[in-house]
Ligand binder design. Structure first.
Ligand SMILES: Cc1cc2nc3c(=O)[nH]c(=O)nc-3n(C[C@H](O)[C@H](O)[C@H](O)COP(=O)(O)OP(=O)(O)OC[C@H]3O[C@@H](n4cnc5c(N)ncnc54)[C@H](O)[C@@H]3O)c2cc1C
Length: 508
C-alpha cells in the first residue's frame, strides 16, 4: 500500500501543533491526530505564562536560557497571542534573603536582563503588591493565550495542506517487520476505526507519551506532576508577579486579559484520568498568593483547572520539582520519534529540533523558518487585547455574541460554516466564547440559536450540546464555588434549568 502521509503527529497540544506547522512549511504531507479537542492536554491547562526563564535559572540554567530565547521569538511571531505585561519577582517578610543574590548572579550568567528595583518602584508598577514585600526584581515575563497559540499553528498548517483530525484517538501502532508504519485510530464522532499510514510517526502526546511508546515496545519512564490553577473574575495585577524563592506552590500570578490565573501546585500522581483539584491545593494557592497580593482574599473565583506535566524520570532527581523542565527527543530508530517535556513557550524550539530530525529521516532538505515567519493572525495584524477589541462594542455593524470575551457573531458564524460542528466546545476552543467571567451563561444559548438557524442542530440534538457545554464549565466551577459566585451559578441554573428545562431533559 502507498504511504499517504510523510508524517503522522500524535497529539494536538502546543508541541504537536508546532510540529505540524513547521513540517508543513518544509513541504511534508502532514496528518495530526488529537483524541479530544485541540489543546485539551497540558497546553490548555497551563498558566499561560511566557516565562522569562528566571523561575528555573538557579536550578536549570539551560532551560532558563531556552525560555528567554524563545520568549523573545514568541513576542515577534505570535504577537496576537501575547500580552507584553512584564513581570516582577518579589520576596516577602520571612523569605530567605540569600536566595536573591543567587538569583541575580544566575540571571547574569544566563544573560537574562533583570533589574533589582526598590520597593516603591515595585509598588508603582504593581500597586496591588503587599506592603510586606521586601526585594523586587523586574523581569521580562509576559502572558499568552495558549488556545490561540495552538489554533494559530494549526490554521497555518491547514493552509499549507496539512490534515488535522480531532476527536481521533490512536489506539495502536501498525508495526511491520519491526518498523512503525502507521496507526490504528478511532474517530469518536463518526464512530469508526481507521488505519492510517505514514513514513514517520511523531509521538507528541505529552503525558500520554509512554503509553504510545509502549505500543511499539519502548519504555519512556515518565513522572507525572499535577498542577492546579485558579481563575479570578477580575484582573488583580497589571504584570506577572512571581515569588522570589526556589520554585514552590502558589508562586505565580498571571494577568490574562480581564481575569487572573493563580498557580500552581506540583503533586506527583500515578494516573492521568479523572484528575481532582483538592481543597488543600485551592487553600495553599490562595494563602501563598495573598502574601504577595492580599487583594486575592476578596477575589471572586470563577473556576479552577488542572493538568499534568510529563517529566522524564531522571535517576538522580529526588522530587518532581528537581526534574528538568527541558525537553527530550527520542529517535526510536524504527519509524517513530517521541518528544517529551519542555514548556509551552519552548514549543517552537521543540518543534524545530524534532522537525530537523524528521527531515533528516525523510530526506527533506528545507530549513526551519518558524523563528522568522509570524503566525497567520499576526500577519493580518489582528489584536487580542480587550482594550483593543473594546471598540467592537460601539461598532453598530458588529454584533457581539460573547460579551465577556468580546466574540462577535461573525466569528462564531465563521467557525460554524467551516466546521459544521454541533459541539459548543469546538466554538469555545476556536474563539474563547464562554471562557470569560459569565462562563457561558449569556452566550451559550445564543451560539446554539445560531447553530439552529444554520440547520446544524435541531430540536432533538441541540440541547445535548448545551448540556455538555454547561457540564464541562461546571466541573471547573465546583472546586472554587463560594460567596457571591454561588449567586451567579444560581442565575445560570435558573436560566438553563427553568427556562430551557435542561435538568428535566437530562433526567429523561
Ligand atoms: C499546571 C501547569 C502549568 C503550566 N504552566 C505553564 C506556563 O505558564 N508556561 C509554559 O510555558 N508552560 C507551562 N506548563 C507546561 C506546558 O503546559 C507543557 O509543557 C506543554 O503544554 C506541553 O505541550 P504538549 O503538546 O507536549 O502536551 P499536551 O498539551 O498534553 O498535548 C498532548 C496531546 O496529546 C493528546 N493525546 C494523548 N494520547 C493520544 C492518543 N492516543 N491519540 C491522539 N491524541 C492523544 C492529548 O489529548 C493532548 O491534547 C504548565 C503545565 C502544567 C501542567
Amino acid at each position: 500500500m502507498n504511504n499517504i502521509f510523510d508524517l503522522i503527529i500524535i497529539g494536538g497540544g502546543s508541541t504537536g501543533a508546532g510540529i505540524a506547522r513547521d513540517m508543513a512549511m518544509r513541504g511534508a504531507k502532514v496528518l495530526l491526530l488529537e483524541r479530544n479537542y485541540l489543546a485539551s492536554g497540558a497546553t490548555g491547562a497551563c498558566q499561560a505564562l511566557v516565562h522569562s526563564g528566571c523561575r528555573y535559572v538557579t536550578q536549570d540554567i539551560e532551560t532558563a536560557k531556552e525560555c528567554f530565547k524563545e520568549n523573545m521569538i514568541i513576542r515577534k511571531i505570535a504577537k496576537s497571542c501575547v500580552e507584553e505585561t512584564g513581570g516582577l519577582f518579589v520576596t516577602v517578610k520571612g523569605d530567605d534573603e540569600s536566595y536573591v543574590d543567587l538569583f541575580l548572579e544566575a540571571n547574569e550568567k544566563a544573560k537574562i536582563p533583570v533589574t533589582l528595583i526598590n520597593k516603591d518602584e515595585g509598588l508603582k508598577i504593581e500597586p496591588n503588591l503587599s506592603n510586606n514585600i521586601e526585594k523586587v526584581v523586574k523581569v521580562p515575563d509576559a502572558a499568552i493565550d495558549p488556545f490561540k497559540l495552538v489554533i494559530e499553528n494549526i490554521k497555518a498548517a491547514l493552509e499549507l495542506g496539512a490534515k488535522i483530525y480531532t476527536h481521533t484517538e490512536v489506539l495502536d501502532l501498525i508495526v511491520e517487520k519491526g518498523k512503525v508504519c502507521g496507526v490504528v485510530a478511532f474517530d469518536k464522532r463518526q464512530k469508526e476505526k481507521k488505519s492510517l499510514r505514514a513514513r514517520l510517526i511523531i509521538n507528541a502526546s505529552g503525558a500520554w507519551g509512554s503509553k504510545i511508546a509502549k505500543m511499539a515496545g519502548y519504555d519512556l519512564p515518565l513522572s507525572y506532576s499535577k498542577g492546579s490553577i485558579l481563575i479570578t473574575n477580575s484582573r488583580l495585577t497589571n504584570v506577572v508577579v512571581n515569588r522570589l524563592r526556589p520554585p514552590s506552590d502558589g508562586d505565580i500570578i498571571v494577568p490574562s486579559e480581564t481575569v487572573t490565573l493563580l498557580g500552581t501546585t506540583s503533586v506527583t500522581v500515578k494516573q492521568l484520568d479523572n484528575l481532582q483539584i483538592t481543597y488543600t491545593e485551592v487553600e495553599t494557592i490562595i494563602n501563598e498568593i495573598a502574601k504577595m497580593v492580599p487583594a486575592v482574599r476578596n477575589a471572586r473565583f470563577l473556576r479552577a483547572y488542572t493538568g499534568v506535566r510529563p517529566l522524564f524520570k531522571e535517576k538522580k532527581a529526588t522530587d518532581d520539582r528537581n526534574i528538568s523542565r527541558g525537553f527530550r527527543i527520542f529517535d526510536h530508530k524504527n519509524g517513530m520519534i517521541s518528544i517529551i517535556g519542555g514548556k509551552m513557550i519552548t514549543y517552537r524550539l521543540m518543534a524545530e529540533k524534532v522537525s530537523d530530525l524528521a527531515c533528516k529521516i525523510l530526506g527533506i532538505k528545507q530549513e526551519c523558518k518558524t523563528h522568522v515567519l509570524p503566525l497567520p493572525s499576526t500577519l493580518k495584524g489582528m489584536k487580542l487585547k480587550a482594550k483593543d477589541r473594546i471598540s467592537l462594542l460601539s461598532d453598530k455593524n458588529k454584533s457581539i455574541l460573547c460579551e465577556c470575551e468580546l466574540i462577535t457573531k461573525d466569528e462564531v458564524e465563521e467557525v460554524l460554516s467551516k466546521t459544521k460542528t454541533k459541539d459548543l466546545n469546538d466554538i469555545r476552543i476556536e474563539t474563547r466564547m464562554g471562557m470569560g467571567t459569565c462562563q457561558g451563561t449569556f452566550c451559550a444559548h445564543h451560539a446554539l440559536g445560531l447553530m439552529a438557524k444554520m440547520d446544524i442542530v435541531n430540536e432533538k440534538n441541540g440541547n445535548k450540546s448545551l448540556i455538555d457545554f454547561l457540564e464541562r464549565r461546571w466541573r471547573g466551577i465546583l472546586p472554587v464555588i463560594d460567596g457571591d459566585q454561588i449567586k451567579e451559578e444560581q442565575l445560570t441554573e435558573g436560566i438553563y434549568a427553568e427556562i430551557f428545562n435542561l435538568d428535566k431533559e437530562r433526567i429523561e
